[in-house]
Design a protein. Structure first.
Length: 201
């Protein structure tokens, strides 16, 4: 039996660090962000649908999507943003489920679905347990300003565009407290997997 674990967090809470730890422990990670990039590669159904909907003006010379141009179109137009999401989101979900089910068939003891917006998108039922990479908002703010060289106002605006990290932590089956060292987070993860009876080879 495979245990399907959802991994989430918020901006600058160290979710990618935890995802890499799962990989180091030989646990397969399905990365929603990576899939989001793959489903819009030239020739893929979602790509063709986007070009049909928004025209060839959103393509680069090499025929890849010009994300900046597309972003500018949908950023200021709610209808167009909905149209784009209607094309991309089902394609991402379909691919995520296909990858998950294939790994379940192969009897992987644990499978991680790394979904940044699992709560925001209502995808909790894709997984059996949810782990939140957690830091306090104070730490989140400090790390985001340092990482992206942005102002406090810009950082807060990005933090507040997602569900509050405290709320996510309350909903989760478990949290990895990322306020401390990477080593401390790693030990928490190993302990959690042992608690969930996942044998680490």
């Amino acid at each position: 039996m495979s245990l399907v674990i959802g991994l989430t967090g918020s901006i600058a809470t160290g979710k990618s660090t935890i995802a890499n730890m799962f990989k180091e422990l030989n646990i397969e990670v399905i990365d929603a962000d990576l899939i989001a990039r793959e489903v819009v590669e030239p020739g893929k159904p979602a790509y063709l649908e986007i070009v049909k909907t928004f025209g060839e003006a959103i393509l680069l010379e090499n025929k890849e999507l010009n994300r900046k141009a597309l972003g500018e179109i949908v950023f200021n137009d709610e209808d167009k943003r909905k149209k784009l999401n209607k094309i991309i989101h089902p394609a991402i979900r379909k691919e995520m489920i296909a990858q998950r089910d294939k790994l379940i068939e192969l009897n992987h003891p644990a499978i991680v679905m790394d979904i940044p917006l699992i709560y925001e998108s209502g995808l909790e039922d894709y997984v059996e347990k949810i782990v939140v990479a957690y830091v306090t908002e104070k730490t989140q703010l400090k790390r985001l300003i340092k990482r992206d060289q942005c102002t406090k106002e810009e950082a807060l605006s990005r933090i507040h565009s997602q569900i509050n990290i405290e709320e996510k932590a309350k909903k989760a089956d478990a949290i990895i407290d990322n306020n401390g060292t990477v080593e401390a987070s790693y030990h928490q993860l190993v302990d959690l997997l042992k608690k969930w009876n996942i044998n680490l080879t």
